[in-house]
Design a protein around this ligand. Structure first.
Ligand code: NAD
Length: 381
């Protein structure tokens, strides 16, 4: 049976569904619809307000019980929401931000799901929305679009990248990350810059390469269409992503231009090296190319979808001065508690730093919480 999602706020323990009793979803397509459906499953009593440009989509979501209310163009209905997901195309999302700033209630969290984070965070900084906005990007999706393809399991074990604004408080970040965990996803916190560079390499560049490959075969094929006929197996597998929405990929390329161009240059340089190895019939070099890539590729299977371990992490207040991380690390080492990852999250709102510690397993995390709490450190989870 699924555990009831719990969020600890100071000394008070409340369920996550109670922490966000009203949620708004703008754009009820594949991602927005799946979020609404998942929240409905995990938090059946949560009030969900939906808005979609084509009203009939929102009416379908109302009729099937996914949402409780349809908002109109004024978006006024979102003023009651504790958490608002902006799930429209990247270029459209910015048009909603200013209006939502006026409408959102104090303390509400506004988040997006866009595949590029640089532009939206620049907008947030330029318009003073840092107290309201936390960026998000679920690494889940499919070639399909629209509410009819939305499911309440889309985010299960999928990474969900969270990009806090420059002064997002640790309490809000922790509450949002816990909510993302409660809907079955694996929250990963990074800066907007780290996000855009990471997805340029593992998501955006593969789409560009896939497009080039498919279009190349199209151009090279003869009148008999042999290439089209035998384009099965591996070719179909590696070009499957080319069936995604052309508009969405056009937008992503226009929004993450610098990072994508940088990755294309790096890729071209690799292709030139490989071309040379083939041209020169350099058998050692070729074996090394394919062996290295097999070894690295095989390592992905240990973190493949469905087998990704949950992240066991805590946050704690910490005076940002030399030696403070080392003190915490020493306390844990003395107790034989292994740390997977440790680092300060820089945060303008606090004079103190916020330390994030990731453990290998739940037991280590629980032991660490006990040890550090006993030493009067303030822990958030
Ligand atoms: P989608 O086409 O399935 O859904 C978009 C929805 O937004 C549609 O219902 C559309 O009617 C609505 N919409 C468009 N403009 C609107 C407007 N001005 N006002 C109100 N509603 C409007 O697309 P999607 O796949 O759900 O993508 C939405 C966002 O999610 C994009 O920003 C995309 O970058 C991001 N994303 C997509 C995927 C994916 O694989 N599809 C994965 C992660 C993130």
């Amino acid at each position: 049976m699924r555990r009831k999602p719990i969020w600890k706020m100071n000394e008070q323990t409340i369920t996550l569904c109670e922490a966000f009793p009203a949620v708004g979803v703008i754009g009820l397509g594949l991602i927005g619809g799946s979020l609404a459906r998942t929240i409905r499953r995990v938090c059946p009593d949560t009030r969900i307000v939906g808005y979609n440009r084509r009203r009939e989509v929102a009416e379908t979501a109302l009729a099937d019980g996914t949402i409780n209310d349809i908002a109109d163009e004024s978006l006024a209905q979102f003023s009651a929401c504790d958490l608002i997901f902006l799930c429209v195309p990247v270029v459209t999302a910015l048009n909603f931000m200013e209006k939502l700033k006026m409408i959102a209630k104090p303390g509400a969290i506004l988040t997006d799901v866009g595949s590029v984070k640089g532009d939206i965070h620049s907008y947030v900084e330029a318009h003073g929305l840092e107290d309201l906005f936390i960026g998000g990007h679920p690494m889940a999706g499919s070639e399909k679009t629209g509410y009819e393809s939305a499911t309440d399991r889309l985010f299960e074990n999928a990474f969900y990248i969270i990009t806090p604004a420059s002064n997002t408080s640790i309490m809000r970040l922790s509450a949002f990350a816990s909510f993302i965990e409660a809907i079955g996803a694996l929250p990963l916190i990074m800066s907007p810059e780290e996000h855009d560079r990471t997805v340029a390499a593992v998501s955006h560049l593969p789409h560009v390469i896939s497009a080039a490959l498919v279009n190349l075969v199209h151009d090279q094929d003869g009148d008999e269409k042999y290439m089209h006929t035998v384009a099965a197996g591996g070719f179909r597998d590696i070009t499957r992503i080319s069936s995604s929405s052309p508009q969405m990929w056009q937008e992503i390329c226009l929004a993450n231009t610098e990072e994508i161009v940088g990755m294309i240059d790096a890729y071209i340089s690799k292709l030139i090296d490989y071309r040379l190895a083939i041209r020169n019939e350099n058998s050692d070099e070729l074996l090394s190319i394919f062996s290295d890539c097999k070894e690295y590729r095989d390592s992905f299977d240990t973190v493949a979808k469905g087998s990704v371990p949950k992240e066991y992490r805590i946050y704690m207040d910490l005076v940002d001065e030399a030696g403070s991380i080392a003190s915490v690390a020493t306390i844990l080492a003395v107790q034989n508690i292994s740390i997977k990852n440790i680092g300060i999250i820089h945060n303008r709102e606090f004079e103190q730093g916020v330390l994030r510690i990731v453990f290998y397993d739940e037991q280590s995390m629980e032991d660490a919480v006990k040890t550090l709490t006993w030493r009067n450190y303030k822990i958030y989870r």
